[in-house]
Design a protein around this ligand. Sequence first.
Ligand SMILES: Nc1nc2c(ncn2[C@@H]2O[C@H](COP(=O)(O)OP(=O)(O)O)[C@@H](O)[C@H]2O)c(=O)[nH]1
Ligand SMILES: [Mg+2]
Length: 226
Amino acid sequence: MPTYNEKENIAKLVKEILVQNLDLDILVVDDNSPDGTGQVVEDLRKNIPQLFILHRQNKEGLGRAYIAGFKWALAQGYQYMFEMDADFSHQPKYLKDFLAAIKDNDLVIGSRYIKGGGTEGWSKIREFISRFGCLYAKIILGLPINDLTGGFKCYRREVLENIDLDQVQSNGYMFQIEMTYKAIKNKYKVKEIPIVFLERQQGKTKFNKKIIWEAVVNCWKLRLGL
Ligand SMILES: Nc1nc2c(ncn2[C@@H]2O[C@H](COP(=O)(O)OP(=O)(O)O)[C@@H](O)[C@H]2O)c(=O)[nH]1
Ligand SMILES: [Mg+2]
């Protein structure tokens, strides 16, 4: 779970994940959050042996945080690696559905845009931008996936081992698109399962125009192999 200023969410979320009783470890990748999220996690760690944290010095964006987390998890020998936001948008109750689906698949994507999925608490305009963005990427890259920008995913370790993580440069929504594109290109089996995405209750989004623009341009770069 990447975090930047998630002090109000992180402790409650860690507990909610643990009560699912799924034999998961949790890694928080914190970019030196000014609100002290990193220290909150350090305090929790005193009583929760399944909880780990990577402290990074600077805010370098989601993509860099995920890559650092994946490298850590690969080195530790984990079989499956999740990506999950730390703001309750990705509900822990779905973790068991991912674990069921990953048995017969290599990458499982939590999807807002298939039957049974959706978003709650978003303005019409934000939903439109998100839906349009997913459709744009789907068409340009020719992928059979409806939700390409979501960040609730579960990878089988081989998928990550066979992507050159140092070559993945994108950082915002494009990071999610690029990882799924590369997994499919490597012939891995990818499945979408429905999730309802909730708008965050606490804290602020880091959503901005720059990460949308990155995705608009970089879909073409990916398609053209630039
Ligand atoms: N480590 C790290 N985490 C980040 C960064 N930007 C966002 N996050 C985390 O990534 C997750 C998704 O970010 P969020 O702002 O909620 O984006 P949104 O869901 O698209 O509005 C949250 O858990 C954030 O705390 C960053 O630069 N570094
Ligand atoms: Mg969010």
